[in-house]
Design a protein around this ligand. Structure first.
Ligand SMILES: Cc1ncc(COP(=O)(O)O)c(C=O)c1O
Length: 399
Protein backbone atom coordinates (compact mmCIF):
# COMPACT_ATOMS: atom_id res chain seq x y z
CA UNK A 1 0.00 0.00 0.00
CA UNK A 2 1.18 3.48 -0.83
CA UNK A 3 -0.20 6.96 -0.63
CA UNK A 4 -2.35 6.97 -3.80
CA UNK A 5 -1.57 10.64 -4.38
CA UNK A 6 2.01 9.71 -5.31
CA UNK A 7 0.64 8.14 -8.50
CA UNK A 8 -1.05 11.44 -9.33
CA UNK A 9 2.24 13.37 -9.47
CA UNK A 10 3.15 14.50 -12.98
CA UNK A 11 6.46 13.60 -14.55
CA UNK A 12 8.95 16.41 -14.03
CA UNK A 13 9.71 18.73 -16.99
CA UNK A 14 13.30 17.48 -17.20
CA UNK A 15 12.09 13.91 -17.52
CA UNK A 16 9.94 14.99 -20.45
CA UNK A 17 12.89 16.88 -21.90
CA UNK A 18 15.07 13.77 -21.58
CA UNK A 19 12.47 11.79 -23.54
CA UNK A 20 12.26 14.49 -26.20
CA UNK A 21 16.03 14.46 -26.69
CA UNK A 22 16.39 10.66 -26.55
CA UNK A 23 17.38 9.27 -29.91
CA UNK A 24 18.32 12.68 -31.30
CA UNK A 25 21.96 13.04 -32.30
CA UNK A 26 23.07 16.62 -31.76
CA UNK A 27 25.47 18.38 -34.11
CA UNK A 28 28.73 17.10 -32.71
CA UNK A 29 30.85 19.81 -34.27
CA UNK A 30 29.42 22.19 -31.70
CA UNK A 31 29.89 22.08 -27.95
CA UNK A 32 26.69 21.59 -25.98
CA UNK A 33 25.19 24.72 -24.39
CA UNK A 34 22.46 23.98 -21.84
CA UNK A 35 19.96 26.82 -21.36
CA UNK A 36 17.31 24.53 -19.97
CA UNK A 37 18.03 24.27 -16.26
CA UNK A 38 17.59 27.21 -13.91
CA UNK A 39 20.76 26.41 -12.04
CA UNK A 40 22.96 29.44 -11.38
CA UNK A 41 26.47 28.96 -12.76
CA UNK A 42 28.27 32.04 -11.50
CA UNK A 43 30.99 31.48 -8.93
CA UNK A 44 29.71 31.20 -5.34
CA UNK A 45 31.10 33.90 -3.02
CA UNK A 46 34.47 32.78 -1.66
CA UNK A 47 33.81 34.10 1.83
CA UNK A 48 30.75 31.88 2.14
CA UNK A 49 32.76 28.80 1.20
CA UNK A 50 35.48 29.86 3.64
CA UNK A 51 32.86 30.15 6.39
CA UNK A 52 31.70 26.59 5.75
CA UNK A 53 35.29 25.35 6.00
CA UNK A 54 36.03 27.37 9.10
CA UNK A 55 32.81 26.33 10.84
CA UNK A 56 32.76 22.71 9.80
CA UNK A 57 33.37 21.60 13.38
CA UNK A 58 29.88 22.87 14.32
CA UNK A 59 28.55 19.82 12.48
CA UNK A 60 29.02 18.10 15.84
CA UNK A 61 25.81 19.84 17.05
CA UNK A 62 22.22 18.98 16.28
CA UNK A 63 20.80 22.13 14.69
CA UNK A 64 17.44 23.55 15.77
CA UNK A 65 14.54 23.51 13.31
CA UNK A 66 13.88 27.11 14.23
CA UNK A 67 17.44 28.05 13.24
CA UNK A 68 19.95 29.92 15.36
CA UNK A 69 19.11 33.38 16.65
CA UNK A 70 21.98 35.04 14.73
CA UNK A 71 20.67 33.53 11.46
CA UNK A 72 17.12 34.73 12.11
CA UNK A 73 18.52 38.14 13.02
CA UNK A 74 20.53 38.49 9.84
CA UNK A 75 17.53 37.40 7.76
CA UNK A 76 15.37 39.94 9.60
CA UNK A 77 17.90 42.72 8.97
CA UNK A 78 18.12 41.76 5.34
CA UNK A 79 14.32 41.91 4.95
CA UNK A 80 14.13 45.27 6.71
CA UNK A 81 16.79 46.81 4.47
CA UNK A 82 15.66 45.22 1.24
CA UNK A 83 11.94 45.89 1.57
CA UNK A 84 12.13 49.19 3.44
CA UNK A 85 10.35 47.88 6.54
CA UNK A 86 10.31 49.72 9.86
CA UNK A 87 13.19 48.51 12.04
CA UNK A 88 10.87 47.16 14.73
CA UNK A 89 8.32 45.66 12.36
CA UNK A 90 9.82 42.17 12.24
CA UNK A 91 10.66 40.00 15.22
CA UNK A 92 13.37 37.40 14.43
CA UNK A 93 11.75 35.19 17.02
CA UNK A 94 8.33 35.16 15.37
CA UNK A 95 8.39 36.33 11.80
CA UNK A 96 11.18 34.35 10.12
CA UNK A 97 12.16 30.71 9.79
CA UNK A 98 15.13 29.30 7.90
CA UNK A 99 14.43 26.56 5.35
CA UNK A 100 16.56 24.22 3.28
CA UNK A 101 15.85 26.07 0.05
CA UNK A 102 12.49 27.37 -1.09
CA UNK A 103 11.67 24.16 -2.97
CA UNK A 104 11.45 22.21 0.25
CA UNK A 105 9.61 25.04 1.99
CA UNK A 106 7.05 25.65 -0.76
CA UNK A 107 6.24 21.96 -0.68
CA UNK A 108 6.14 21.57 3.09
CA UNK A 109 4.07 24.73 3.50
CA UNK A 110 1.05 23.25 1.74
CA UNK A 111 1.33 20.08 3.85
CA UNK A 112 1.20 22.24 6.97
CA UNK A 113 -1.55 24.70 6.11
CA UNK A 114 -4.05 22.77 3.98
CA UNK A 115 -7.09 21.36 5.74
CA UNK A 116 -7.88 18.25 3.66
CA UNK A 117 -11.26 17.81 5.35
CA UNK A 118 -12.67 21.01 3.84
CA UNK A 119 -12.65 20.26 0.11
CA UNK A 120 -9.50 22.35 -0.30
CA UNK A 121 -8.34 24.27 -3.32
CA UNK A 122 -4.96 25.80 -4.08
CA UNK A 123 -4.64 28.44 -6.77
CA UNK A 124 -1.41 28.86 -8.74
CA UNK A 125 -0.18 30.61 -11.87
CA UNK A 126 0.16 28.72 -15.16
CA UNK A 127 2.96 28.14 -16.28
CA UNK A 128 4.39 27.51 -12.86
CA UNK A 129 7.19 26.11 -10.74
CA UNK A 130 6.28 22.44 -10.64
CA UNK A 131 6.50 22.09 -6.87
CA UNK A 132 3.24 24.05 -6.35
CA UNK A 133 1.31 21.31 -8.12
CA UNK A 134 3.08 18.41 -6.40
CA UNK A 135 2.59 20.09 -3.04
CA UNK A 136 -1.14 20.46 -3.72
CA UNK A 137 -1.53 16.85 -4.83
CA UNK A 138 0.26 15.41 -1.81
CA UNK A 139 -1.58 17.75 0.56
CA UNK A 140 -4.82 16.25 -0.78
CA UNK A 141 -5.87 19.48 -2.42
CA UNK A 142 -7.22 20.27 -5.83
CA UNK A 143 -5.27 22.90 -7.73
CA UNK A 144 -6.67 25.52 -10.07
CA UNK A 145 -4.38 27.38 -12.44
CA UNK A 146 -4.62 30.93 -13.68
CA UNK A 147 -3.19 31.33 -17.17
CA UNK A 148 -0.53 33.96 -17.65
CA UNK A 149 -0.08 34.90 -21.28
CA UNK A 150 1.19 37.77 -23.44
CA UNK A 151 -2.46 38.90 -23.64
CA UNK A 152 -2.76 39.45 -19.87
CA UNK A 153 0.83 40.69 -19.59
CA UNK A 154 1.72 37.50 -17.65
CA UNK A 155 -0.38 38.65 -14.67
CA UNK A 156 -2.80 36.09 -13.15
CA UNK A 157 -6.29 37.47 -13.73
CA UNK A 158 -7.81 37.64 -10.27
CA UNK A 159 -11.09 38.92 -11.70
CA UNK A 160 -11.53 35.71 -13.64
CA UNK A 161 -11.92 33.70 -10.41
CA UNK A 162 -15.52 33.22 -9.29
CA UNK A 163 -16.79 33.58 -5.72
CA UNK A 164 -17.26 29.82 -5.21
CA UNK A 165 -13.63 29.23 -6.13
CA UNK A 166 -12.37 31.94 -3.77
CA UNK A 167 -14.52 30.46 -1.02
CA UNK A 168 -12.85 27.07 -1.47
CA UNK A 169 -9.36 28.53 -1.83
CA UNK A 170 -7.14 27.87 1.18
CA UNK A 171 -3.83 28.89 -0.37
CA UNK A 172 -2.60 30.77 -3.42
CA UNK A 173 0.94 30.51 -4.74
CA UNK A 174 2.25 33.50 -6.59
CA UNK A 175 5.71 33.77 -8.11
CA UNK A 176 7.26 37.19 -8.50
CA UNK A 177 9.61 37.66 -10.30
CA UNK A 178 8.02 34.81 -12.19
CA UNK A 179 9.54 31.62 -13.41
CA UNK A 180 9.45 31.34 -16.43
CA UNK A 181 8.04 34.74 -17.44
CA UNK A 182 10.23 37.02 -15.33
CA UNK A 183 7.11 39.10 -14.61
CA UNK A 184 7.12 41.19 -11.43
CA UNK A 185 3.69 41.51 -9.80
CA UNK A 186 3.31 45.12 -8.70
CA UNK A 187 1.90 46.74 -5.55
CA UNK A 188 -1.56 47.14 -7.08
CA UNK A 189 -1.81 43.45 -7.81
CA UNK A 190 -0.52 42.48 -4.37
CA UNK A 191 -2.86 44.93 -2.62
CA UNK A 192 -5.82 43.53 -4.51
CA UNK A 193 -4.81 39.98 -3.66
CA UNK A 194 -4.45 40.82 0.04
CA UNK A 195 -7.99 42.27 -0.01
CA UNK A 196 -9.26 39.01 -1.48
CA UNK A 197 -7.32 37.02 1.13
CA UNK A 198 -9.09 39.04 3.82
CA UNK A 199 -12.48 38.65 2.21
CA UNK A 200 -12.22 34.89 1.66
CA UNK A 201 -9.67 33.95 4.33
CA UNK A 202 -6.91 32.24 2.39
CA UNK A 203 -3.12 32.33 2.68
CA UNK A 204 -0.82 33.98 0.13
CA UNK A 205 2.49 32.14 -0.42
CA UNK A 206 4.67 34.54 -2.38
CA UNK A 207 7.63 32.81 -4.01
CA UNK A 208 10.18 35.62 -4.34
CA UNK A 209 13.30 33.54 -4.91
CA UNK A 210 14.31 35.59 -8.00
CA UNK A 211 13.75 38.94 -6.28
CA UNK A 212 17.46 39.87 -6.30
CA UNK A 213 18.07 39.33 -10.01
CA UNK A 214 16.80 42.59 -11.49
CA UNK A 215 18.15 44.85 -14.22
CA UNK A 216 17.76 48.32 -12.67
CA UNK A 217 19.73 48.93 -9.45
CA UNK A 218 17.31 51.73 -8.57
CA UNK A 219 14.19 49.70 -9.10
CA UNK A 220 14.21 46.37 -7.24
CA UNK A 221 11.04 44.26 -7.42
CA UNK A 222 8.47 45.00 -4.74
CA UNK A 223 7.72 42.18 -2.27
CA UNK A 224 4.58 41.04 -0.45
CA UNK A 225 5.86 42.06 3.01
CA UNK A 226 6.72 45.49 1.63
CA UNK A 227 3.14 45.95 0.44
CA UNK A 228 1.88 44.74 3.85
CA UNK A 229 4.04 47.38 5.53
CA UNK A 230 2.91 50.14 3.17
CA UNK A 231 -0.75 49.32 3.76
CA UNK A 232 -0.42 49.18 7.56
CA UNK A 233 -0.76 45.42 7.77
CA UNK A 234 1.70 45.12 10.60
CA UNK A 235 0.73 41.54 11.50
CA UNK A 236 1.32 40.35 7.88
CA UNK A 237 -1.90 38.41 8.30
CA UNK A 238 -2.20 35.53 5.80
CA UNK A 239 0.99 36.63 4.02
CA UNK A 240 4.15 34.53 3.80
CA UNK A 241 7.16 35.10 1.53
CA UNK A 242 9.79 32.61 0.37
CA UNK A 243 13.39 33.68 -0.29
CA UNK A 244 16.53 31.82 -1.19
CA UNK A 245 20.30 32.14 -1.46
CA UNK A 246 20.34 29.86 -4.51
CA UNK A 247 19.90 32.54 -7.19
CA UNK A 248 20.79 35.61 -5.15
CA UNK A 249 24.17 34.30 -4.07
CA UNK A 250 24.88 31.47 -6.55
CA UNK A 251 24.57 28.90 -3.79
CA UNK A 252 22.05 26.37 -5.14
CA UNK A 253 23.80 23.50 -3.38
CA UNK A 254 23.78 25.18 0.02
CA UNK A 255 20.02 24.61 0.21
CA UNK A 256 19.37 27.74 2.19
CA UNK A 257 16.46 30.10 2.24
CA UNK A 258 13.78 31.36 4.58
CA UNK A 259 10.09 31.96 5.00
CA UNK A 260 8.82 35.15 6.63
CA UNK A 261 5.53 36.80 7.46
CA UNK A 262 2.42 35.99 9.50
CA UNK A 263 3.64 34.89 12.96
CA UNK A 264 0.58 32.72 13.65
CA UNK A 265 1.12 30.71 10.49
CA UNK A 266 4.87 30.43 11.04
CA UNK A 267 4.31 29.13 14.55
CA UNK A 268 2.29 26.23 13.19
CA UNK A 269 4.67 25.76 10.28
CA UNK A 270 7.54 25.45 12.77
CA UNK A 271 5.55 22.85 14.65
CA UNK A 272 5.06 20.91 11.44
CA UNK A 273 8.76 21.22 10.53
CA UNK A 274 9.89 19.98 13.92
CA UNK A 275 8.27 16.66 13.11
CA UNK A 276 9.18 16.76 9.43
CA UNK A 277 12.84 16.97 10.46
CA UNK A 278 14.30 19.62 8.23
CA UNK A 279 16.67 21.64 10.38
CA UNK A 280 19.53 23.38 8.57
CA UNK A 281 23.00 22.10 9.38
CA UNK A 282 25.02 24.52 11.56
CA UNK A 283 27.92 25.17 9.14
CA UNK A 284 25.32 26.09 6.52
CA UNK A 285 23.47 28.34 8.94
CA UNK A 286 26.72 30.18 9.63
CA UNK A 287 27.53 30.38 5.91
CA UNK A 288 24.01 31.72 5.29
CA UNK A 289 24.54 34.49 7.83
CA UNK A 290 27.66 35.57 5.91
CA UNK A 291 25.73 35.52 2.64
CA UNK A 292 22.67 37.48 3.86
CA UNK A 293 24.96 40.07 5.44
CA UNK A 294 26.69 40.97 2.18
CA UNK A 295 25.23 42.80 -0.83
CA UNK A 296 28.40 43.40 -2.85
CA UNK A 297 28.46 39.93 -4.35
CA UNK A 298 24.75 40.22 -5.17
CA UNK A 299 25.30 43.47 -7.01
CA UNK A 300 28.15 41.91 -8.99
CA UNK A 301 25.90 38.97 -9.76
CA UNK A 302 23.25 41.30 -11.19
CA UNK A 303 25.87 43.03 -13.33
CA UNK A 304 26.80 39.68 -14.91
CA UNK A 305 23.18 38.91 -15.79
CA UNK A 306 22.69 42.44 -17.10
CA UNK A 307 25.52 42.06 -19.59
CA UNK A 308 24.18 38.68 -20.72
CA UNK A 309 20.66 40.00 -21.31
CA UNK A 310 22.06 42.98 -23.20
CA UNK A 311 24.23 40.90 -25.54
CA UNK A 312 21.77 38.08 -26.10
CA UNK A 313 18.76 40.33 -26.73
CA UNK A 314 20.84 42.40 -29.12
CA UNK A 315 21.65 39.32 -31.18
CA UNK A 316 18.13 37.87 -31.09
CA UNK A 317 16.47 41.20 -31.90
CA UNK A 318 14.32 40.73 -34.99
CA UNK A 319 14.88 36.97 -35.08
CA UNK A 320 12.63 35.96 -32.18
CA UNK A 321 9.64 37.49 -30.41
CA UNK A 322 11.42 38.05 -27.11
CA UNK A 323 11.88 40.87 -24.62
CA UNK A 324 13.83 41.74 -21.51
CA UNK A 325 11.99 40.32 -18.48
CA UNK A 326 11.21 42.55 -15.47
CA UNK A 327 13.62 40.35 -13.48
CA UNK A 328 15.01 36.76 -13.12
CA UNK A 329 17.53 35.08 -15.44
CA UNK A 330 15.04 33.69 -17.95
CA UNK A 331 14.03 34.55 -21.47
CA UNK A 332 10.55 33.38 -22.44
CA UNK A 333 10.37 33.85 -26.22
CA UNK A 334 7.53 32.85 -28.49
CA UNK A 335 8.58 30.17 -30.92
CA UNK A 336 7.87 30.32 -34.66
CA UNK A 337 7.06 26.57 -34.62
CA UNK A 338 5.62 24.47 -31.78
CA UNK A 339 7.81 24.51 -28.70
CA UNK A 340 8.69 20.83 -28.62
CA UNK A 341 9.77 20.75 -32.28
CA UNK A 342 11.71 23.96 -31.70
CA UNK A 343 13.59 22.47 -28.75
CA UNK A 344 14.23 19.18 -30.50
CA UNK A 345 15.49 20.70 -33.75
CA UNK A 346 17.57 23.30 -31.94
CA UNK A 347 19.26 20.50 -30.04
CA UNK A 348 19.81 18.50 -33.22
CA UNK A 349 21.14 21.32 -35.35
CA UNK A 350 22.92 23.55 -32.85
CA UNK A 351 23.48 21.39 -29.76
CA UNK A 352 21.61 23.80 -27.50
CA UNK A 353 19.08 22.62 -24.94
CA UNK A 354 16.11 24.82 -24.10
CA UNK A 355 12.98 23.82 -22.19
CA UNK A 356 9.68 23.57 -24.09
CA UNK A 357 7.25 25.94 -22.40
CA UNK A 358 4.40 23.44 -22.49
CA UNK A 359 6.36 21.25 -20.04
CA UNK A 360 5.88 23.98 -17.43
CA UNK A 361 2.15 24.42 -17.83
CA UNK A 362 -1.19 22.66 -18.05
CA UNK A 363 -4.07 23.17 -20.46
CA UNK A 364 -6.73 25.33 -18.82
CA UNK A 365 -9.89 26.54 -20.58
CA UNK A 366 -8.50 25.04 -23.79
CA UNK A 367 -5.31 27.07 -23.57
CA UNK A 368 -1.84 25.86 -22.74
CA UNK A 369 -0.08 29.14 -21.95
CA UNK A 370 3.38 27.56 -22.19
CA UNK A 371 2.81 26.21 -25.68
CA UNK A 372 4.79 27.99 -28.38
CA UNK A 373 7.23 29.33 -25.84
CA UNK A 374 10.58 28.03 -24.69
CA UNK A 375 12.42 28.88 -21.52
CA UNK A 376 16.03 29.89 -21.84
CA UNK A 377 18.02 30.35 -18.64
CA UNK A 378 20.95 32.69 -19.16
CA UNK A 379 23.04 30.87 -16.62
CA UNK A 380 26.01 29.89 -18.81
CA UNK A 381 29.08 32.16 -18.99
CA UNK A 382 28.67 35.34 -21.05
CA UNK A 383 30.69 33.96 -24.01
CA UNK A 384 28.58 30.82 -24.08
CA UNK A 385 25.35 32.82 -23.91
CA UNK A 386 26.54 34.97 -26.84
CA UNK A 387 27.55 31.88 -28.81
CA UNK A 388 24.14 30.32 -28.02
CA UNK A 389 22.31 33.43 -29.21
CA UNK A 390 24.18 33.39 -32.56
CA UNK A 391 23.38 29.74 -33.02
CA UNK A 392 19.70 30.26 -32.14
CA UNK A 393 19.52 33.07 -34.67
CA UNK A 394 21.10 30.85 -37.34
CA UNK A 395 18.67 28.07 -36.42
CA UNK A 396 15.64 30.34 -36.75
CA UNK A 397 16.83 31.52 -40.16
CA UNK A 398 17.04 27.87 -41.20
CA UNK A 399 13.42 26.96 -40.36
C1 LIG B 1 10.14 29.72 -8.94
C2 LIG B 1 11.08 28.92 -8.12
N1 LIG B 1 10.82 28.76 -6.82
C3 LIG B 1 11.64 28.05 -6.02
C4 LIG B 1 12.77 27.44 -6.53
C5 LIG B 1 13.60 26.61 -5.60
O1 LIG B 1 14.82 27.17 -5.34
P1 LIG B 1 15.66 26.75 -4.05
O2 LIG B 1 15.04 25.53 -3.47
O3 LIG B 1 17.02 26.50 -4.55
O4 LIG B 1 15.57 27.92 -3.12
C6 LIG B 1 13.10 27.59 -7.87
C7 LIG B 1 14.30 26.92 -8.42
O5 LIG B 1 14.54 26.77 -9.57
C8 LIG B 1 12.22 28.34 -8.70
O6 LIG B 1 12.45 28.51 -10.00
Amino acid sequence: MMNPNIEKLHSYPFEKLGNLKAGVTPNEELAHIPLSIGEPKHTPPGFVLETIKKELHTIAQYPMTKGSEPLRESITNWLINRFKLASNSLDPDKHVLPVNGTREALFAFAQAVIDPTKNPLIIAPNPFYQIYEGAAILAGSEIQFLNTTIENDFIPDLDSVDVKTWERCQLIYICSPGNPTGKVLDSNFLTKLIKLADQYDFIIASDECYSELYPDEKNPPVGLLEVCAKTGRSDFKNCVVFHSLSKRSNLPGLRSGFVAGDAKILKQFLRYRTYHGCAMSMPYQLASIAAWNDEIHVKNNRALYRSKFESVLNILDGALEVSQPDASFYLWPKTPIDDQSFAKKLFEQENITVLPGSYLSRTVDGINPGANHVRMALVAELDNCIEAAHRIKRFIESI
